[in-house]
Design a protein around this ligand. Sequence first.
Ligand code: GLV
Length: 325
Amino acid sequence: MTETLPPPSVLVTRRLAPGVLERLTPFCAVTLHDDDLPMARPELLSAVAGRTAVITTLDDVVDAEFLDAAGPSLRLVANHAVGAHNVDLAACAARGVTVTNTPGVLTESTADMAWALLLAATRRLGEGERLLRSGRPWAWAPNFLLGMELSGTPLGILGMGRIGQAVARRAAAFNMPVCYHNRTRPSGDTPQGDPRWLPLDELLDRSQVLVVTCPLNAATRHLLDAERLARLPEGAVVVSMTAGVVDEEALAAALDSGALFAAAVDNFEHEPEVPAALLAQERAVLAPHLGSATVRTRQAMGGLAVDNVLAVLAGSDPLTPIGTR
Ligand code: GLV
């Protein structure tokens, strides 16, 4: 008599986009945290025990404690994000746990959001909307809520990965010359190149509008501190698409002093907290981490996380592995 093995046990730590979970349930015993809010830590640690795979989000810290709680059955952490700063990759590698992320599928929606924020900040849409909703009197006037014109304005991009490149492509439509900085200077880079690579400090010196898209890691945490922000031209605009790279208190101070014209932030270092200093700034456009928030993208991100689970459980290579394995 052949014994049938129980299906692999998979924890999904957050409600997924429509249609995604249904692709996993025929093949696995799925435990879903059926909520839009993260699991409390003790609940997460108890729920992960004995799982073969887990689909996590950026709110779930995957560290030695998490891996201990999961135990030796855990083979895969499929992070539902392009970033992975919530995952201790070395700790996972040391225990033979594969880690995957969801690159590629959120590039266009995130670049769209960077431009939505860039436009909102340069044209003071947040201030205008708040004014109308306040019921305070207003009138069209030659000097009313004047913004920054984009055509011909230098755009700097910090981090020229997939998302940075998609931001740069859109700049052509706005007639903005683009420079960028990546840690490694690309071979074949020329002074005439467009977009053109620059050392970080030179990029900051030139960027009237700066979009930050580089991943958060030990080298980039608070890379844009008060000193580096002070290098930006007078009246510059900063659009932050990666939590933790721009020092939020320093950004608020640069807005407060009038050194910056405006700023926009899509995600925050200690979500869901938003620093009071930023909330106090009229010229800050603040978004609750919406970069990849479209139905199509969230279905694709969830779908890729599921495909990674199915591949690893079938003994195949993961589609989008990260880290040291
Ligand atoms: C951010 O939202 C990410 O997907 O890493």
